[in-house]
Design a protein around this ligand. Structure first.
Ligand code: MTE
Ligand code: MO
Length: 414
């Protein structure tokens, strides 16, 4: 918290209580700054000159959490350090199965073939000539948040980003897939397409027709070219669909009348259910939410009013409501949704809470426009069992200790 949000009286009181050396220092600085500002609010030396490429303030050091530094590894967005709904491009989570390839945009080509009247190859300039569209939406790995599902994996010292940071939001720019498909003349019987990547993993996924209308072939991310980690120069964007199907470094689309049953949709990205059957092509991302403040390692340094803040999102359109509980899930109250509330996009929620200084469990649950309600851990385990791995969107919980320290606390409630 910056000193301007805290009254001087509060700071001096906190300092007098000797809550911690860090706070006393902040209080003293705030006091001095306040005095100084009555004399002059300007620095006396000229600052830095303009530059071609900007940089973060040296005081801000957000970082992705690297899960495995391998070509098949991933990194997670530090959800707790972001404000608003857009993820800075250099903090977008990364998930690769064979590392990030280097692709020369001048040599790039996209082939569309299979059940089409006219197979075509598009260069990057060809793709950019078509009418451009932008969509702000999330991409989420369906493996996001496994540490909040397996009771034995749950640990107290986990940050929101380490728990659920395989979701990020960008403004994506490109051409509607339907525009390119029209050029090729898709045969009426075609009902599935295969998307293939140009990486070492040559990742391939089958996408059924119901998602084609929303699909985009994108080359832009937050106002600039896609980042290499996000699929430079071109990726498939499927708003609301599991990340794995949004093929990066896209090189080929093949139309067919049946799914291709690739490795990524058979051995992986399916869930074995308690009855021995497997859930396949579970492509739509279910509604979920996470409180990003207060969360581990935040410390509420005094009782009183605090704003609980977080993100909610769904692959079924818009978030219609977020509810917050501050008593472990017994009572729920409606949080405020911050505009804009966009379809298939992260939505900010806020809830003002008067913390009385007692041990409290704070939870959030998302409800989307189809009426889908984010399930409890028990509800999800009952349906999916213990061998499930993907789409673990159960409600999360943080516990606020009487000391003000905050820890992940779901395991205490199950
Ligand atoms: N070609 C290709 N596309 C890919 C992948 C990959 O390894 N290769 N990983 C997929 C997975 S599992 C996810 S969750 C998303 C992650 O997108 P991001 O790295 O831009 O966040 O990309 C998908 N598209
Ligand atoms: Mo993924």
């Amino acid at each position: 918290m910056t000193f301007s949000n805290i009254s001087r009286r509060q700071l001096i009181r906190t300092a007098a209580l000797g809550v911690g050396a860090g706070l006393i220092k902040t209080a003293t600085n705030a006091f001095q700054l306040e005095k100084a500002s009555t004399i002059s609010d300007r620095a006396h030396q000229p600052g830095r000159v303009p530059s071609k490429i900007g940089q973060r303030s040296p005081f801000e050091k957000p970082e992705r959490h690297i899960y495995k530094a391998l070509p098949s590894g991933w990194s997670m967005t530090p959800l707790e350090s972001n404000v608003g709904i857009i993820t800075p491009s250099d903090l977008h989570f990364e998930r690769h199965h064979g590392g990030i390839p280097t692709i020369d945009p001048d040599k790039y080509e996209l082939l569309i073939h299979g059940m089409v009247r006219k197979p075509l190859k598009f260069t990057l300039s060809d793709i950019k000539r078509f009418p451009a569209q932008s969509r702000t939406c999330f991409i989420e790995c369906s493996g996001n948040g496994i540490d909040g599902y397996y009771a034995e994996k749950m640990r107290e010292n986990i940050t929101p980003g380490e728990l659920d940071g395989m979701v990020s939001t960008s403004e994506w720019t490109g051409v509607m897939l339907s525009t390119l498909l029209r050029e090729c003349g898709v045969k009426p019987k075609a009902s599935w397409l295969l998307a293939e990547g140009q990486d070492a993993a040559a990742l391939t996924r089958s996408v059924p027709k119901q998602f084609w209308d929303q699909a985009m072939i994108v080359y832009g991310q937050n106002g600039e070219a896609l980042r290499p980690a996000q699929g430079y120069p071109v990726r498939l964007l499927l708003p609301g669909v599991e990340g794995n199907a949004q093929v990066k470094w896209l090189r080929r689309i093949e139309l067919s009348d049946q799914p291709f049953m690739t490795r990524e949709e058979t051995a992986k990205y399916t869930d074995v259910l308690p009855n021995g059957k497997a859930r396949m092509f579970s492509l739509t991302m279910d509604a979920r939410s996470i409180i990003t403040f207060p969360a581990y390692p935040d410390v509420l340094y005094e009782k009183g009013w605090w704003e609980i803040r977080g993100l909610a999102w769904t692959g079924r359109g818009k978030i219609s409501r977020v509810e917050v509980s501050t008593d472990g899930g017994k009572n729920w109250q409606r949080a405020v949704l911050q505009d804009p509330v966009l379809p298939n996009c992260t939505t900010r929620f806020r809830f003002l809470w008067n913390w009385r200084g007692k041990k409290s469990y704070i939870l959030s649950r998302a409800i989307d426009e189809t009426g889908y309600v984010q399930p409890t851990w028990k509800q999800l385990i009952d349906v999916r069992g213990e061998r499930s791995y993907y789409h673990t969107n159960n409600i999360r919980a943080w516990k606020v200790m009487p000391t003000g320290e905050v820890f992940f606390g779901l395991h205490d409630l199950i």
